[in-house]
Ligand binder design. Structure first.
Ligand SMILES: [Zn+2]
Length: 130
């Protein structure tokens, strides 16, 4: 597998990565209009408030879209299934699906897993059994 390049958290998303290290999937919730948003932004796109709080997601959702990504310099490496997951709370996350490309399908129920790659823990998704 190609090396995983750790994210470089900034002011807006350091809470997200701290949550991931604790096994929690956190997104921003506007403190004024209570809309959830992801990826993190300094200002609410709905009401322009600068105030927000972290909200924990259930980790459950469905595949909204997906592609198979082949590594450009290591063509023999296992391709990654990149998914856009529609979380049950309404926000969408871009991540990877564990398993084979044949496992991916639109609207398929998935759940988050926190995979330790050594230098970094990343939220990944797997198909919900049954
Ligand atoms: Zn708002």
């Amino acid at each position: 597998m190609p090396p995983v390049i750790p994210p470089v958290p900034g002011h807006d998303d350091e809470f997200f990565w701290a949550g991931v290290r604790d096994g929690r999937l956190l997104v921003q919730r506007c403190a004024d209009c209570h809309e959830l948003r992801h990826p993190p932004l300094p200002m609410c796109p709905h009401c322009r408030s600068l105030e927000w709080e972290a909200a924990e997601l259930s980790g459950r959702g469905t595949i909204h879209s997906w592609v198979v990504s082949h590594h450009p310099s290591e063509p023999d490496a296992e391709p990654r299934v990149v998914v856009v997951v529609a979380m049950e709370e309404g926000v969408r996350l871009v991540s990877n699906l564990q398993g084979r490309a044949e496992d991916a399908a639109i609207d398929l129920p998935v759940e988050v897993v926190f995979e330790d790659f050594g230098d970094v823990v990343l939220p990944q998704f797997r198909v919900v059994a049954g």
